[in-house]
Design a protein around this ligand. Structure first.
Ligand SMILES: [Zn+2]
Length: 158
């Protein structure tokens, strides 16, 4: 499909603007000690580092027999990566109700621990999240137990 004159004019303007930008960038890069040049230098060294890492990794794999040079060449020729294209992205976790707690694996965590533990004092089964208050009451220590004791004392005096 051929471009219409208006589209051609727009494309020409766009290309001219891009050329102007590239010329400006080139002029800025030529200035000593400018921020653009420093940014490009930093970015280049990062890219160089990544390339060096990959090259060393492949070299080590081939030298230790983990990978085959022919396989590496084949992967490079077919656009890199493993055979059959990139691995599919992991499935999305199921939606989580607002306000629910989620652990690092995306599993919904109940607001209190529901695992059953047996009380060493009375041998009753108690939810782990309720164990501390139960133990306070059961062992006669803590705020709740002292309140209960005060209540008992006050009723005895009357
Ligand atoms: Zn108990």
């Amino acid at each position: 499909m051929a471009l219409k004159p208006a589209q051609l004019a727009w494309e020409a303007t766009l290309l001219r603007e891009r050329l102007k930008f590239v010329r400006e960038l080139k002029a800025e890069l030529a200035e000593p000690g400018c921020a653009v040049a420093a940014s490009v230098d930093a970015y280049s060294s990062l890219i160089d580092g990544v390339i060096e890492d990959v090259a060393l990794e492949v070299h080590r794999a081939v030298q230790t027999g983990v990978d085959d040079l022919a396989d590496v060449r084949h992967r490079l020729a077919s656009g890199g990566g493993s055979a059959g294209g990139p691995p599919p992205p992991p499935p999305l976790p199921p939606p989580v109700a607002k306000g629910a707690m989620v652990d690092v694996f995306g599993h919904v965590v109940p607001p209190i621990a529901l695992d059953q533990v047996s009380c060493p004092n009375c041998n009753r089964k108690v939810a782990a999240g309720r164990f501390a208050p139960h133990l306070e009451k059961c062992m006669g220590r803590g705020r709740q137990a002292s309140r209960a004791a005060n209540k008992r004392l006050s009723t005895m005096e009357m």
